[in-house]
Write a protein that binds this ligand. Structure first.
Ligand SMILES: Nc1ncnc2c1ncn2[C@@H]1O[C@H](COP(=O)(O)OP(=O)(O)OP(=O)(O)O)[C@@H](O)[C@H]1O
Ligand SMILES: [Mg+2]
Length: 296
């Protein structure tokens, strides 16, 4: 749902506009459009978002507000991004969405059920979610199953068939130090997937990778999320990452450390066009321009 004062713009709607490049710069929802407050992103079947943050206000100490009035929807099977500068409160929001903290006010809903402050309902990968160096890859990825009381052999049997799909065939018995950065990231994502929820939150998942690997892993992630039917919110400060992965980007602005709580400054919708190099298209650049303008 869009907030008051929040711009909601579509970067490009190629399908509805043959003149894509001129449409690209035109907001279709937002201050110029009276329907901004009505924008919701829902499952066509049930009409309910997979994940909904409703008017979240968050604080770590109950005194200093970090984010104020943030609303985010992720439809079933959709990949959205939340973009903002370092320190603006992205991880703070993820903690609340994962039920690891309780908001000062507002609600978190999963498929319409209020799960505010209740952990264990979404799968998530934290910003510094490293693999344990002393465990083999298979045992690293099995960790959520073992923590949920599965026997080690059972957990391994469940995880093993997924190694190929996650590009990790033959790596089961390796140690984390024997894998490339991209492979370690895919292993961390497989571990997240084995948490078992259909809604996944990822905090800066690819930031430690070099540029080329990052591009490959992002593409791989979008493909695998579609194949597995995941609904995902990817948190990042990297505008290119957001535009290359998301169908919708929530742009967070503010400076909580300076006493200015963050809020959603706008929502950019990205119509993805089939292209071997989407990042070189007018559509991509238009979306990037809009996100950067909202970041200020
Ligand atoms: N555990 C914590 N206890 C107290 N304050 C915190 C805690 N974690 C974050 N903060 C504060 O909340 C604000 C937002 O931090 P947060 O980690 O959410 O930002 P971020 O957008 O994720 O930044 P980055 O891009 O650098 O990861 C900062 O002012 C930070 O100092
Ligand atoms: Mg963070």
């Amino acid at each position: 749902m869009a907030e008051a004062g929040e711009k909601h713009v579509r970067a490009v709607d190629v399908a509805s506009s043959p003149a894509a490049s001129s449409a690209a710069a035109r907001p279709v929802r937002g201050e110029d459009c009276p329907s901004a407050g009505a924008a919701r992103h829902v499952d066509g079947g049930t009409g309910t978002p997979a994940l909904e943050a409703r008017d979240l206000t968050l604080s770590w100490d109950g005194e200093h507000i970090v984010v104020q009035g943030v609303s985010v929807d992720v439809a079933p099977g959709e990949v959205c991004c939340l973009v903002g500068r370092s320190g603006c409160g992205k991880t703070t929001i993820l903690h609340a969405l994962a039920g690891l903290t309780t908001p000062v006010s507002g609600h978190v809903l999963l498929h319409g059920e209020d799960v505010t402050g209740r952990p264990g309902r979404v799968s998530y990968m934290l910003q510094k979610d490293l693999l344990l160096p002393s465990r083999r890859i298979i045992d690293n990825v099995c960790l959520p199953l073992v923590l949920a009381s599965a026997k080690k052999a059972e957990a391994r049997a469940k995880a093993a068939p997924l190694f190929e799909r996650f590009g990790l065939a033959g790596c089961e018995l390796k140690w984390p130090s024997e894998l490339s950065g991209g492979m370690r990231q895919r292993a961390a994502f497989l571990r997240t997937y084995l948490m078992g929820a259909d809604v996944t939150l990822l905090d800066e998942p690819f930031s430690a990778l070099d540029a080329l690997t990052r591009t490959d892993v992002r593409r791989w992630f979008v493909g695998v999320a579609a194949e597995l039917g995941l609904s995902a919110l990817v948190i990042t400060h990297d505008v290119d990452e957001a535009v290359s992965m998301a169908s919708r980007i929530y742009v967070l602005a503010g400076a909580p450390s300076a006493g200015e709580p963050s809020h959603v400054a706008g929502v950019v919708e990205v119509s993805r066009v089939e292209s071997e190099h989407f990042e070189l298209t007018d559509e991509y650049l238009a979306a990037k321009r809009q996100v950067m303008a909202l970041l200020g």
